[in-house]
Design a protein around this ligand. Structure first.
Ligand code: F6P
Length: 548
């Protein structure tokens, strides 16, 4: 039992970092004319340029050796084989089975899970067909016009992100909404414009016990019954997506209207399961299958490609290189596509809930950085907000730029302007501007030398800021599936490199437990538990003004 930092491969990387940490990317291009060509890769229609990174071919070779030392290929094999690699919860990790379009058997404890998956997909297809055709009606016989997904975390972020990304594939007369926050404002403001007679709720919760979701679902049911009066209306207006049939029944939803999934689907990896029901309703079942197919092609690539050609592994290794050797603490995801506006938030859960861990599989405390803070906004909005810090701040912030060659909404030269900004930013981040260049520019503009010298310090950009560029031909269900699976496997690979379990999330429990204690105190108006002085004062302040 030892930490990855003790391996000779890690130590070789440390020595290598000490040698190249002052290198300039532009010099690396000059020294290696084949660099741009060597550091690009196309997989399932996704083009990746990773040449603008602080790596050389030697760095990549050393990184691949580390991946071999931690047996990345073995871990990949075990995941795809249905082994219980989520050992703290004693579960397999099989989101890849959900989109296994080859249908090759995948077994958990000897049982092939593909028939189970295909069975739910068939039920989803039938239900989606009925809703979209108007055959499934509300209690009063009117067709469904609005679908409200009630769920949080993995039962919200994935479907919400995908539905926004694939808006061009949706119909005007069937709208999908997402309610996640227990803040009543979220539900009230969403329902304000909806008609109970034509609204269908999907209560999406793996556990069917999540406080936020169950509270919103109960209030949604009250809203419906206040209008439609008859309890039987619940069966026409509520369906559930869950692994917990007992709780679904207790809520009042007929299990005939429940779409199941399994404990080997992690919440943040679940959009491919019945959790994707709102996606399938929004874009149609055939398109949903295209999303699965896209992800499957990335799965096949990840499972079979050698490390030097393996896109998720390359991105993971380069990300780890910055986190552990360049001490980068965050990772920016910058989609140059308005439709991907929820991708950073989606990847925040995917990455931070997976790799925000501090002990190894064996329970040893790590002595190295694990998952970074993941964040981002769509370009070009981000350029006018936080890019200043990426360009001239003191932190190194590796960034992924993501864009499409064709827009779904070609409008004049909007798309060319958008993409010109994408390319210009990656170039500027790498190239920077030297003091002499800044000075010359200002002298040429006619500034007096003293003023030009002062300003040149402020107008100098260090450059050498790393970026990956990811381009797809067009944002389609298929290319989106490829893209999401790319990031999932990047996260998986980093978890393997760090020796941590990326598939549990015990860190979310403590706050939930304390919230239940405090909720009871707020409801009774009396503080019972032993709180720290700050929390006690906050509760007293809240209660005093609430009562007043
Ligand atoms: O609190 C975190 C979490 O457990 C996530 O992992 C999960 O995606 C989310 O809550 C929602 O859980 P559920 O689908 O069981 O309601």
């Amino acid at each position: 039992m030892s930490l990855v930092t003790q391996t000779p491969q890690w130590q070789a990387l440390q020595r290598h970092w000490d040698e190249i940490k002052e290198a300039r990317m532009q010099d690396l291009f000059a020294a290696d004319p084949g660099r741009a060509q060597a550091m690009q890769l196309t997989v399932a229609g996704l083009y990746l340029d990773y040449a603008k990174n602080l790596v050389t071919r030697e760095t990549l070779g050393l990184l691949f050796e580390l991946a071999e030392a931690v047996d990345l290929q073995g871990w990949i094999r075990r995941m795809f084989a249905g082994d219980r690699i989520n050992h703290t919860e004693h579960r397999a990790v099989l989101h890849v089975a959900l989109r296994n379009r080859s249908n090759r058997p995948i077994r958990v404890e000897g049982e092939d899970v593909m028939p189970l998956i295909n069975g739910v997909l068939t039920r989803m297809e039938q239900f989606v067909g009925r809703v979209r055709s108007g055959d499934w009606t509300g209690q009063t016989g009117r067709r469904i016009t609005d679908v409200v997904n009630i769920g949080i975390g993995g039962s919200n972020l994935g479907p919400k992100m995908v539905c926004a990304a694939l808006a061009p594939y949706q119909r005007e007369d069937l709208r999908v909404h997402f309610v996640s926050n227990v803040d009543g404002t979220h539900l009230v403001e969403t329902l304000r414009r909806l008609d109970p007679e034509t609204t269908l709720f999907i209560v999406a919760s793996k556990t069917f016990t999540t406080q936020e979701t169950m509270t919103n679902a109960a209030s949604a049911r009250d809203w419906l019954l206040a209008a439609l009066k008859e309890p039987a209306a619940v069966a026409r207006h509520f369906v559930a997506v869950s692994t917990n049939a007992e709780q679904v029944t207790a809520f009042g939803i007929d299990t005939a209207n429940m779409f199941g999934f399994w404990d080997w689907v992690g919440g943040r990896y679940s959009l491919w399961s019945a959790i994707g029901l709102p996606i399938a309703i929004a874009i149609g079942f055939e398109r949903f299958v295209e999303l699965l197919e896209g992800a499957h092609s990335m799965d096949e690539h990840f499972r079979t490609a050698e490390l030097p050609d393996n896109m998720p592994a390359i991105l993971a290794l380069i990300g780890m290189w910055y986190a552990n050797f360049a001490q980068a603490r965050t990772h920016a995801v910058l989609p140059y596509d308005e439709s991907l506006r929820f991708l950073p938030a989606y990847l925040q859960q995917g990455d931070m809930e997976s790799n925000g861990k501090r002990v190894t599989h064996e329970g040893l405390a790590v002595d190295y950085t694990t998952g970074p803070v993941v964040w981002g906004e769509p370009g070009t909005d981000g350029q006018h907000a936080f890019y200043q810090l990426i360009h001239q701040g003191t932190q190194l912030i590796p960034a992924d730029f993501i864009g499409a060659i064709h827009s779904h909404n070609e409008l004049g030269d909007h798309h060319l302007k958008l993409m010109a900004n994408f390319f210009a930013q990656t170039e500027a981040l790498m190239r920077g501007r030297t003091f002499d260049e800044a000075l010359a520019e200002m002298l040429a503009a006619g500034l007096p030398e003293e003023r030009a010298r002062l300003l040149a310090h402020h107008r100098t950009f260090p450059g050498n800021r790393p970026t990956n560029s990811i381009l797809m031909e067009r944002l389609t269900p298929r290319t989106l599936g490829v893209l999401i699976a790319l990031y999932e496997h990047r996260i998986f690979t980093q978890g393997v490199l760090w020796g941590i379990n990326s598939f549990d999330q015990w860190g979310v429990e403590l706050g939930k437990q304390l919230a239940n204690v405090i909720l009871e105190e707020l409801q009774r108006g009396r503080i019972k538990a032993a709180h720290d002085a700050s929390t006690r004062a906050l509760l007293e302040h809240f209660m005093r003004y609430r009562d007043a």
